[in-house]
Design a protein around this ligand. Sequence first.
Ligand code: GNR
Ligand code: NI
Length: 173
Amino acid sequence: MSVRPLVILPDTQLRLISKPVTGADKEIRTLIEDMFETMYDAPGIGLAAIQVGAPVRAVTVDVSKREDKQEPLALLNPEIVWRSEEMREMEEGCLSIPEYYEAVERPDRIRVKYRDLDFKEHEIEADGILATCLQHEVDHLNGVLFIDYLSKLKRDRVMKKFAKQAKLRSEEA
Ligand code: GNR
Ligand code: NI
């Protein structure tokens, strides 16, 4: 098991459409293990495979509050099959956009179809922070970031800030 380096804005990998997982083989299981380790290390409540540079439709989440009661959930090929009309606004952050937080409005409840690590199909209903997190992760699989829901002014400001940081880092090296 290992913590993998995170893909950070403005890395264009974050805009890739991830490919469906075709089976729960050793490679996917190792990827998921490393994603959990990377997510808990960060720490974050969710992670999409593309955030560690793997363009496949795999997601890890754990929205449990207590460190001694982990609730790890791995989802392969997650699909949102129902969204409530009711919306909810929540402050979001992203491990690929460190230390930037803004409120985003999304459906309050969703139903998600996915496969587990035995490639068995499941469907769950989610609300609250889990619903927000799963929508944020499924967006990553489609190359969408939470800043895409903000005004162009705010998004341009963030993009510029991260482009500048990347430039400074490349000049240091
Ligand atoms: O750790 C994370 N916290 C979070 C908070 C509010 C809404 C979404 C998230 S997901 C984020 C980790 C991440 O970047 N997942 O892709
Ligand atoms: Ni994210």
